[in-house]
Write a protein of this length. Structure first.
Length: 334
């Protein structure tokens, strides 16, 4: 990475750290960061709706015949074709932030089903679905450091929702969030483990409360900003282990997080279930994947998450199977 670019990125990081954290939603956090970066003049902040900064003008106005600058691109893309064109125009560099799920749409999270599959399959894309402002902030800062200070190739993608969720993350939480998942309460155990991403994580939190309140079942909560990153690292570790059968086995963040516990895992996303299915083969416990279309057209509600958790526990004889029938009736899911 050219020294000028790395220096500009470092100044961006310092400006954001000086500005401090902002509560609210992931969308609000990123918009606030964009304003700070724009004021610093050390980064290109591109707002997709701006007529003066059409993507078709890139890279002539972006490069200015000088070294690369960090780029934060704010846009609304509903299709994989739009994202493909955008990534091509930006030479697959930068931090792309999509707020489409805040617009009226019949599609889960506002995007066509091809979008999450495109994100997961794109080798240069690191996709995230932050649940809170603190996660979004940590991801943008990491993107600036990874792409422009360390000079690694590729681009970051953030799906941004506008639901206020205030959560303060420790340094360890931020580090683990970037790897794909972190516990909401470190040290807490539970009869079942509930994983969630993005806006769907709030339903996971509510499901945990219902499980304890209505069924006396404790749950361990994990926020998973990137199922795709978890799956990629797990697949890379599995491949290395196959190629080096005589060497000590490599682990991965997913297995490290879920190790030492046989409790069932219920993983939830607002995207179609295929996004969560990516990690299924690397979970050494009973695994239930829930996404848009799994039990209802939209993301699964807290009630379906509760029923799925009870069904998983009943399958292992940990709760009475009658609980499942009672929950279906209680929550009017018939």
């Amino acid at each position: 990475m050219p020294p000028h670019t790395a220096h500009a990125a470092q100044l961006c990081i310092e400006a954001l750290n000086t500005a401090g954290q902002s509560d609210g939603s992931p969308l609000y956090a990123v918009m606030t960061m964009a304003n700070t970066l724009e004021f610093s003049r050390q980064a290109w902040v591109i707002r997709g709706q701006s007529r003066s900064r059409r993507v078709g003008n890139w890279p002539s106005w972006f490069a200015r015949n000088t070294a690369e600058k960090p780029m934060l691109y704010l846009h609304s893309a509903a299709s994989s074709a739009q994202l493909c064109a955008l990534s091509d125009e930006t030479a697959q560099r930068g931090i792309l932030c999509n707020d489409i799920e805040n617009h009226p749409s019949a599609w889960p999270k506002g995007t066509q089903p091809s979008v999450p599959l495109w994100l997961a399959a794109h080798p240069h894309c690191t996709p995230y679905d932050p649940a809170c402002a603190a996660e979004a902030r940590a991801i943008v800062l990491a993107g600036l450091r990874t792409l422009y200070v360390d000079g690694q190739p590729g681009f970051y993608y953030l799906a941004l929702h506008d639901q206020d969720t205030t959560r303060h993350l420790s340094a360890q939480d931020r580090e683990d969030a970037l790897k794909g998942m972190y516990p909401i309460q470190r040290g807490r155990t539970g009869a079942v483990r509930l994983l969630g991403a993005g806006r769907a994580f709030e339903e996971v939190v509510q499901a945990a409360q219902l499980l304890e309140q209505d069924w006396q079942v404790t749950a361990q909560l994990w926020s998973c900003p990137s199922y795709t990153r978890l799956a990629r690292e797990a697949a890379a570790a599995a491949r290395w282990n196959r190629l080096h059968p005589l060497a000590p086995k490599r682990s991965c963040h997913l297995r490290d997080c879920l190790a030492g516990n046989a409790a069932p895992v219920v993983a939830v996303t607002g995207y179609p279930q295929a996004i969560v299915d990516q990690v299924a083969g690397y979970v050494d416990a009973q695994f239930v994947a829930l996404g848009a279309g799994s039990v209802q057209a939209a993301a699964p509600s807290r009630y379906w998450i509760v029923v799925s958790a009870l069904r998983a526990l009943a399958d292992e004889g940990r709760v009475d199977a009658e609980h499942v029938r009672s929950a279906m009736s209680r929550y009017h899911l018939h």
